[in-house]
Design a protein around this ligand. Structure first.
Ligand code: SAM
Length: 421
C-alpha cells in the first residue's frame, strides 16, 4: 500500500505538475487526503471559485466497456455499423478495415494476445468476450510505474469483478502473473473507471477509461464538479460552485436526473456503498420529486414519497392524503415500470410518444425521472428527424419543450446551487 505522499507524487507526475529534473513544483488547489465518506479523496487546500479548472486528467488505459449486453464494434475506431467486420487472424479482435488492422493501437493489442497460446482454433475465440476484456488486457502495455499507480487505486474484489479474465482462460493459455494483473485491472476499472460516452448520433461503442486522479474523487449526489472530454480522451474537471478551503471535492457517479432509489441502488450494486448524502436523505430531493409515484388511492391526486429514504425498505406516504404504502408494493410498481421501459424501442418516436402520453403517466406524476427521461429522449429523436425540429407540431405536444426546459433548469438549480460543500 502506497503512503499518501507516494500517491501524491504519482498523481502530480501523472498530471505533469511535478518534474524531477527542473525542480519546479506547480501549485494546484487540492491534495489527496482522508475523506469524510471513507478512504482517500481530493480535498481543497484553498478556496476554489466556480468555473475553475481543477485538473486535466488522462487515462492510464481506456477501451470497450465490459457489460455483457453492450453492442460490439471495431476495437480500434469503435465504429458499430460496418458490413466489413472481420476477426484478426492472429488475435481474434474485431476490426472493420485494413487501416484499423495496420494501426499502432491494434499492433499493441495483437502483440499481447497473439503471444498467448490458444486452446481452440483462433477463429473460434469469442471476440465479444475479448472485446469486453480488452481494456484490462491493455494494462499489460503500461510501464512498471504506471502499473504501480493503477494498483494503488481502490479495487473491489468481490467475485463478480474480473469474470471476463476467468472466461478468457477457456480460449487462451495466459501466464499467471498476467492473469493476476488483468484481474486486478478489472477490479480497479469497475471501482474507478469513467464512461466515455460517444457523441449523440455517432454510431460508436461507448468506452471506459481509467482516469487515476479523477478516480480519487468520491461521490456525492450534489456534486461540486463536472467533467468533459476532448477528442484525445483527456478529461477536464471543473468546479461548478465555490469550494471552500478544507472541503472535499466530489463527482457524481450516477445519473443526476435519476430519483433517489435508482441512484442509491445503482451505487450499491456498482460501487458497493449506500449513499447518505443530503440529497438522498431528503424525501422530496429538494422539491424535484424525481422518484415520486402517483397515490394509489383513486380519490387522491397526491404523490407518494419515501418516509425514510436512507432505508431501502422504507414505507412510502402520500403527501396529500397520508396513505401509507409498504415498500414491497412500491418495489413491485418500480419493477413493473422498469420492465415496461425495457420493452420500448427508443428509436421509435411514435411508440415513445404513445407510451409517454397514454400509458406511463397513469402511474407516475410528471415530475418522475421516467417522464423526464422519455421527454429528453423524444427531444433527441425529434432533433434529428426532418420536420420535427424544435418547433415541429408533434414535438411541442408531448414534450412540451418550454416546460421541460424550465423544469430541467429548476432541477439543476435545486440540485446544484444551494448547498455549501
Ligand atoms: C472511485 S473510488 C473513490 C476513491 C476512494 N475513496 C479511494 O480511497 O481510493 C470509489 C469508491 O470510494 C468509496 N466511496 C466513494 N464515494 C463514497 C460515498 N459517498 N460514500 C461511501 N463510500 C464512497 C466507495 O467504496 C467507492 O466504490
Amino acid at each position: 500500500m502506497l503512503s499518501a505522499e507516494q500517491l501524491s507524487l504519482m498523481v502530480k507526475e501523472h498530471l505533469g505538475l511535478y518534474s524531477y529534473y527542473d525542480d519546479v513544483q506547480h501549485s494546484c488547489k487540492w491534495i489527496v487526503g482522508e475523506s469524510s465518506v471513507g478512504g482517500r479523496g481530493l480535498i481543497a487546500t484553498e478556496n476554489i471559485a466556480a468555473g475553475e479548472v481543477l485538473f486535466v486528467d488522462h487515462p492510464l488505459i481506456y477501451g470497450p466497456r465490459a457489460g455483457t449486453i453492450l453492442q460490439q464494434g471495431c476495437t480500434v475506431c469503435c465504429k458499430l455499423d460496418s458490413d466489413e467486420f472481420f476477426k484478426c487472424s492472429k488475435c481474434a479482435l474485431l476490426l472493420c478495415s485494413g487501416q484499423c488492422q495496420d494501426s499502432g493501437v491494434h499492433s499493441d493489442d495483437c502483440a499481447i494476445i497473439s503471444r498467448w497460446g490458444t486452446k481452440v482454433p483462433i477463429e473460434d475465440v469469442d471476440d465479444k468476450l475479448l472485446s469486453r476484456a480488452l481494456t484490462a488486457i491493455r494494462v499489460l502495455l503500461l510501464s512498471e510505474n504506471q502499473k504501480q499507480f493503477m494498483a494503488s487505486l481502490q479495487a473491489h474484489t468481490s467475485p463478480q469483478h474480473g469474470t471476463e479474465i476467468k472466461d478468457l482462460k477457456q480460449f487462451f493459455d495466459i501466464p499467471e502473473d498476467e492473469e493476476q494483473l488483468m484481474t486486478l485491472a478489472c477490479c480497479v476499472l469497475d471501482t474507478n473507471a469513467f464512461q466515455i460516452a460517444s457523441l449523440y448520433g455517432k454510431k460508436e461503442m461507448s468506452l471506459r477509461g481509467l482516469y487515476p486522479v479523477s478516480g480519487l474523487l468520491n461521490h456525492n449526489c450534489i456534486s461540486n464538479t463536472r467533467y468533459s472530454y476532448n477528442n484525445e480522451y483527456q478529461m477536464t474537471v471543473k468546479a461548478v460552485k465555490p469550494i471552500p478551503k478544507g472541503a472535499e471535492i466530489f463527482t457524481c457517479y450516477s445519473g443526476v436526473l435519476w430519483g433517489t432509489p435508482a441512484r442509491r441502488t445503482h451505487l450499491y450494486k456498482t460501487k458497493h456503498f449506500w449513499c447518505k448524502c443530503e440529497r438522498c436523505a431528503d424525501p422530496t430531493e429538494r422539491g424535484t420529486l424525481l422518484a415520486a409515484l402517483k397515490c394509489f388511492s383513486s380519490e387522491c391526486s397526491g404523490c407518494l414519497l419515501p418516509i425514510e429514504p436512507l432505508k431501502p425498505s422504507t414505507p412510502w406516504r402520500c403527501l396529500e392524503c397520508s396513505l401509507r404504502i409498504p415498500s414491497n408494493n412500491i418495489c413491485a410498481i418500480q419493477g413493473a415500470l422498469g420492465s415496461l421501459m425495457g420493452t420500448l424501442n427508443f428509436e421509435n418516436v411514435e411508440e415513445l410518444e404513445n407510451f409517454l402520453l397514454y400509458r406511463v403517466t397513469k402511474y407516475i406524476p410528471k415530475t418522475n425521472q421516467i417522464v423526464i427521461d422519455l421527454q429528453c429522449r423524444l427531444i433527441w429523436e425529434f432533433g434529428d428527424a426532418e420536420g420535427f425540429r424544435w418547433h415541429g407540431k408533434i414535438a411541442c405536444k408531448p414534450c412540451n419543450l418550454e416546460k421541460l426546459y424550465s423544469r430541467l433548469i429548476m432541477i439543476h438549480v435545486l440540485v446544484y446551487t444551494s448547498t455549501e460543500m
